[in-house]
Design a protein around this ligand. Structure first.
Ligand code: SAH
Length: 232
């Protein structure tokens, strides 16, 4: 069996794992001294480690060897995602993390049902990103930022905007070796002037097919077209 992957803030030779991560290892996986696990720091480093001591709610581990792994896309993928209601953001963050998003930036847009996000909900999205990163073998932990008003989206080097009225396909415009910023609208879509603004910041409208997708489906499809479609 593949060793369990645990997220740690810092990869030192010896360290204590505490909090949620320790709880999971102790209560669910029943970790014991001598057990092997994989540690990753969310900044690109991974190491094989061994449990040396288990204590009350925490365990001490020793790193055995650092591993060179390549599981990240070659260039960063930023996803600008409109605030969505209910579990939709959670779904988008989980699937986007599995598919290689480096950074999620939540957007306040005009036709959105959700206008704000509570702090606890933002924290939960970050935990979902950690879980999805662990489970999918990511070595970088994606950031979940925002929400920011759409007008504050900066100019980008390469941008793709999912827009049902677009005719261009991702494969016709996307250059996979350059960083890319993606934008996906809310349930009510982007307003015309929002589309114009994003265009002026370097985003090219692209189609995701002939059907109207839910925003979280669109986010997933768009990310897959810039990572999975290129084997990255
Ligand atoms: N009534 C809205 C639908 C919004 S769907 C409209 O007509 O714009 C939510 C978001 O998913 C959209 O803002 C867009 O970013 C994305 N999306 C959904 N279907 C799409 C498609 N076929 N092509 C490109 N983007 C799509």
């Amino acid at each position: 069996m593949r060793p369990h992957r645990a997220f740690v803030p810092e990869l030192s030779d010896q360290l204590w794992i505490e909090g949620r991560e320790a709880h999971h290892l102790l209560e669910v996986l029943r970790a014991r001294p001598g057990d092997r696990l994989t540690l990753f720091d969310g900044r690109g480093n991974e190491a094989l480690a061994e449990v040396v001591e288990v204590g009350e709610g925490r365990l001490r581990v020793r790193t055995l060897e650092k591993k060179a792994v390549r599981r990240e896309p070659d260039a960063p993928v930023t996803l600008y995602l409109a605030l969505l209601k209910g579990e939709k953001l959670a779904d988008a963050v989980r699937m986007g993390t599995e598919l290689g998003v480096s950074r999620f930036v939540l957007l306040v847009t005009r036709h959105a049902v959700a206008k704000t996000i509570r702090r606890q909900k933002l924290e939960r999205l970050r935990r979902i990103a950690i879980e999805a990163a662990k489970q999918s073998g990511r070595t970088l932990l994606p950031a979940v930022e925002g929400p920011i008003p759409l007008s504050r989206v900066p100019g980008v080097e390469q941008g793709l905007l999912a827009h049902p009225e677009a005719t261009l396909r991702v494969s016709e415009v996307y250059q996979p070796d350059r960083p890319v910023a993606l934008a996906v609208g809310p349930e009510g879509g982007f307003a015309e002037d929002e589309v114009a603004l994003l265009r002026s910041r370097g985003f090219t409208p692209v189609t995701l097919g002939r059907r109207i997708l839910k925003a979280e489906t669109a986010a997933c499809a768009l990310v897959a077209l810039v990572t999975a479609a290129y084997g990255r």
